[in-house]
Write a protein that binds this ligand. Structure first.
Ligand code: UDP
Ligand code: MG
Length: 328
């Protein structure tokens, strides 16, 4: 437990890091100067919580050295790469702050926005200040286009309010953090979870910033799988669509049968039309497989949820009283 003055609000910054040895020194410098500025301006205190998500570069060494220099630094190091979602969850779970900020290590979530975000929360009118990129400068065109389509689609088919361009970068009050931690699902899609828990959220727009150093961990394929994760986690519309498709096909088949029976009775042509029959069989077979696939996706998610495996396993930390596996 860190010793802090109870009278001053504590702000925890949760930073998931996966192979960030190049970006972390810049981030560390920047967050320190922002913290110093805010400590003077608002009489707040800071806790810097880094989550090393199984990096295989010097990230952990860097975190150890930050912790040796500054008592406000805490780190959790996972036993392997569990993904950004697990890292965010672990960070929120260990954050002690009255306010908690989730931010990337690559400076794409500019720490310089924190004072403005804190000022908005301080008025008690909002429980969360979230950020939204108004531009996607520096991003491949195809990636931006697919992202836009994804946001349009998911907002139509789910009731979680997911804003286009929303980042995971946000500052939240303790009540919102507790609500997020109460969601104990294995397949975590943070953008959806933030929206789903509700609370009054102020959207702070900003221009896209390119990564300061290092490389993005998200390939197009990874993003595609992540978007499917989002859809299955927050909507059952694909299941409904497959049922509706089934009903429509049954109706078409029924009308077709009547047509064939009548045609055969009148014209007496029993063997004609086999190519169309082959096409129909292929088409319906394809749709059946597609629908079974959708069903399988949901079943797989249910399967993983029922296993109740820990979301992450910590193998090293400078926090006290730490159990290795976090099981809820
Ligand atoms: N990250 C992580 N685990 C992963 C992938 C990414 O903790 O498996 C972290 C990464 O270190 C960074 C943040 O998540 O702090 C965002 O990753 P990145 O910058 O690669 O994503 P992008 O900004 O390109 O969407
Ligand atoms: Mg980034």
């Amino acid at each position: 437990m860190i010793i802090h003055n109870q009278n001053f609000p504590l702000i925890t910054t949760v930073v998931p890091c996966y192979n960030e040895e190049k970006a972390l020194p810049y981030f560390w410098q920047e967050i320190q100067s922002v913290a110093e500025q805010m400590t003077k301006l608002y009489a707040v205190q800071f806790e810097f919580l880094f989550v090393n998500d199984g990096s295989n570069d010097q990230t952990l060494d860097l975190l150890r050295s930050f912790a040796a220099l500054d008592k406000r630094v805490h780190y959790l190091s996972f036993s392997r790469n569990f993904g950004k979602e697990a890292a965010i969850y672990a960070g929120l779970k260990h954050a002690k702050g009255n306010y908690v900020a989730v931010m990337d290590a690559d400076m794409q979530d500019p720490p310089a926005l924190l004072p403005e975000m804190y000022q908005i929360l301080k008025t008690n009118e909002y429980e969360s200040v979230a950020t939204r990129r108004v531009t996607r400068k520096g991003e491949p065109i195809l990636r931006s286009f697919c992202a836009r389509c994804f946001y349009k689609l998911i907002n139509k088919i789910s009731d979680a309010d997911i804003v286009d361009g929303a980042r995971d970068f946000r500052l939240m009050t303790r009540s919102m953090v507790d609500a997020i931690l109460a969601i104990r699902e294995y397949n975590r899609f943070s953008k959806g979870i933030f929206g789903w828990v509700g609370f009054r959220t102020y959207w702070l727009p900003y221009e896209n910033v390119e990564r300061v150093a290092g490389e993005t961990k998200w390939s197009f394929w990874k993003l595609f799988k992540y978007s499917l994760e989002g859809i299955t986690a927050f909507s059952t519309a694909p299941l409904q669509i497959s049922s509706i498709m089934g009903i429509i096909l049954c109706l078409v088949a029924f009308l077709w049968i009547i047509y064939i029976v009548v045609k055969t009775l009148i014209l007496g042509d029993p063997v004609g039309g086999w190519p169309s029959l082959a096409c129909m069989i292929l088409f319906i077979g394809g749709i059946q497989l597609f629908c079974i696939g959708i069903l399988g996706q949901y079943l797989a998610k249910t399967y993983l949820e029922t296993k109740k495996r820990p979301l992450f396993i910590v193998c090293e930390t400078n926090e006290e009283n730490e159990n290795a596996a976090e099981i809820f």
